[in-house]
Design a protein around this ligand. Sequence first.
Ligand code: NDP
Length: 283
Amino acid sequence: MSAIRIDGKQISQQIRSEIAERVAVLKQKGVTPGLAVILVGEDPASQVYVRNKERACIQAGMASRVIRLPEDTPQESLMALIDEINRDEKMHGLLVQLPLPAHLDEAQVLKAIDPKKDVDGFHAINAGALMNGEKAPVACTPQGCIELLKRSGVELCGANAVVVGRSNIVGKPMAMLLLRENCTVTICHSKTRNLKEFTQKADVLVAAIGRPKFITADMVKPGAAVIDVGINRLADGKLCGDVDYEQVEPIAGWITPVPGGVGPMTIAMLLKNTLEAAERHGR
Ligand code: NDP
């Protein structure tokens, strides 16, 4: 039997229409949720991501402000702009598109964003809140993975969950969210010995590695829910995930494709974080 294919496009569309309804309600109360995005430089992938975020905001009925700055923008100018948006009542969310040009101090930039407006959930205060189980903006990609699992009916309570990858933006918050759902969580990384021994025991396996087709069928427990966060470009220009989809799909219980799995959920969760920041602001 082959796995249930988790359709992130369809689920994200559903979430986006739910968000649009909540935005309409908020607008009737006189609050239009607003998202400001700062893009520094000309990175082509970042330009596409920012355009998609802008379009998604507008489609949901939100206000969007995109500020494009030149590659050689000095740190002080960027910090001054963040300060200005932090004080802008109309903008409930603010994100700085990463990666930044090498001369800019990313850690300082992320720290400067008002945690209440930090819709990426990258600020240390929000990462700490997630750890403590407090309500705060949560990183979009891992939040999207949880939504995919829940809306697909995967039983999380008591499940063995293995996250491969420990980045601050995906792996670590993913592990915290799975723990919050009462999974027994293991985090693996590049120094893990005998990785396969861990992944083979996973009822829920999340791959956030950045290596094409790294997770092969022999690493997966039959019937497991396999969430592929990876986005890798192959030599022929095609996108592929961290999971060898063709090999794993026949044995998994659920699987996300790449593209069309986790990717579309990230923007949906960004909209959700922005909406919730506006709802909190309006209270
Ligand atoms: P990072 O490069 O920051 O982290 C990768 C992680 O994988 C690290 O923790 C690393 O371990 C681990 N790793 C690398 N090689 C191995 C290995 N051989 N065995 C076990 N673990 C390994 O990447 P990100 O977390 O930012 O992103 C991961 C992937 O997800 C990328 O493909 C990225 O493009 C994609 N992504 C997709 C998003 C989406 O919207 N779908 C959003 C964000 C990211 P160590 O810490 O020891 O180095």
